[in-house]
Design a protein around this ligand. Structure first.
Ligand SMILES: *Cc1c(COP(=O)(O)O)cnc(C)c1O
Length: 460
């Protein structure tokens, strides 16, 4: 057949569109998807790769593209070992927080007082919980901790000098640097001390009639050891009070419980910061608290009210979904049932629990002869830029013996994508960072990968 005759066998765009429309296929770009599939088909026809009578094949390809042309947020199994993975959405919500999201999808009293039928305070419920938990006088919530930093520095600094130790001029990541935020807030950064050591007199010497506030920023994602010293927050708070200026503390991760119970030491709690007397303290909702993305600000009523009244608040305020999920998460702490928060539950698992998990997952997989799969010690970073030097002991299923990249990619390409870790030519599936509800999906994913591998091995 001549090329021209071959091409004449291709169906018209309109014909395919009509066929699919009759079948109930709807997509806003249907015609252009059909056109593009036919274009591909034309090339393959000319290359002799496909057969004539293309209508069915073209329809199938279009239906497939319509399904994948748009991507919605997909569940991913986090077997990376990073407990709070920023790229995977950080904290997994508790079941009560998920239920709260469902409730909040309807019309709710987010800014409405049911008792009086009049406008209410968006922050009231969550503030009450935060006051109980932290002993702070007042609280407010914004979209994330970066927003909290911007708002708090704007309110405390008043466009004047902001004093910050040179050891705390940190970059949080993603272009978020403390000196830049201070500049963005319309204030002037005054660095004091040296990178490794800052003393009380460095602060007092820097205070003058241009000073707006003193700021402390926690070194969330790195640590300094050796010849180092910093001024305790309680002292900074006294210095600020003596000079009649406010003191603000960016806590970063913001723990509401003592992580010493999990063998993780040196994490300052929000309660400690509050008792050390800063005027405002802010931290993330989705780091160590294990809730939704949010920036939580607690402190004195005077400065919290100033935050709530500031025009930035309207731009940074949280939506009803965030507030509902955050309230439900904070309620777990109030009821002392924080073990139902998945991040805390993950820390509570013993090595025995993790071994059992691994055994249960591998049990039903037909691990073939010569397939190098075993369970090994591993270590989980907390992630989310919190506690950078901490490694929580864990156990991981390990694939060794070559083809690591292919196994890693196959796990991502499965029905429910599994994010694993590639390390030293092996694939590691960490047993602490996965969720109990992931176990069945992980079993099927491993079964698929192992079957595919067995087939490969028997072929070669
Ligand atoms: C993580 C962090 C932030 C930013 O918090 P997000 O919730 O990611 O916006 C700001 N400051 C410090 C010290 C942090 O650790």
């Amino acid at each position: 057949m001549s090329k021209a005759d071959l091409l004449k066998t291709l169906p018209a765009v309109g014909k395919i569109v009509d066929l699919l429309t009759d079948q109930g296929i709807r997509h806003i770009q249907l015609a252009s998807i059909v056109r593009s599939v036919i274009d591909d088909y034309r090339m393959r026809l000319l290359a002799g790769e496909v057969h004539l009578n293309a209508t069915d094949a073209i329809c199938d390809a279009v239906i497939c593209r319509c399904a994948t042309a748009t991507h919605s947020t997909a569940r991913v199994v986090n077997a990376t070992g990073v407990l709070l993975h920023t790229n995977l959405g950080r904290a997994v919500l508790s079941s009560r927080a998920s239920d709260a999201l469902n409730t909040a999808a309807a019309t709710v009293d987010v800014e409405f007082d049911i008792a009086t039928g009049t406008r209410g305070d968006r922050h009231a419920n969550v503030s009450a919980l935060l006051q109980i938990l932290t002993n702070a006088e007042a609280a407010a919530v914004v979209n994330n901790n970066a927003a909290a930093t911007l708002l708090a520095v704007t309110v405390l600094g008043q466009g004047r000098d902001v004093i910050l130790s040179r050891g705390e001029m940190v970059e949080i990541g993603g272009q978020f640097r403390m000196p830049d935020v201070i500049e963005a807030s319309g204030c002037r950064l005054v660095g004091v001390g040296a990178t490794n050591r800052t003393h009380a007199h460095d602060y007092t010497n820097a205070i003058n009639d241009q000073t707006g506030c003193i700021l402390r920023c926690h070194r969330s994602n790195f640590d300094m050891v050796g010849f180092v010293s910093e001024v305790p927050s309680a002292t900074l708070s006294e210095i600020a009070k003596a000079h009649n200026i406010p003191f603000g503390e960016d806590l970063g991760a913001g723990a509401l419980i003592d992580f010493g119970r999990f063998g993780i030491h040196g994490i300052r709690t929000v309660q400690e910061s509050v008792s050390d007397g800063a005027d405002l303290i802010w931290f993330s909702g989705d780091k160590l608290i294990g809730g939704p993305q949010a920036g939580i600000i607690v402190g004195s009523k005077r400065y919290i009210d100033a935050c709530k009244r500031h025009p930035l608040m309207r731009a940074l305020r949280p939506d009803k979904l965030t507030l509902a999920a955050l309230e439900a998460t904070l309620l777990e702490y109030v009821r002392m049932s924080e073990g139902s928060i998945p991040f805390i539950a993950a820390l509570e698992l013993s090595i025995d629990d993790l071994n059992n998990r691994a055994a249960c997952i591998l049990e039903e997989c037909q691990v073939g002869k010569g397939m190098a799969i075993d369970v090994v010690d591993s270590s989980c970073p907390i992630g989310a830029g919190a506690a950078p030097t901490v490694g929580v002991p864990s156990r991981a299923i390990r694939f060794s013996g070559g083809g690591a990249q292919r196994i890693h990619d196959a796990l991502l390409a499965g029905t429910v994508p599994v994010a694993s870790q590639l390390k030293d030519g092996c694939v590691l599936l960490d047993m602490r960072s996965i969720q109990p509800s992931d176990i069945d999906d992980l079993k099927s994913a491993l079964r698929e990968v192992i079957t595919a591998r067995s087939a490969e091995t028997s072929q070669s």
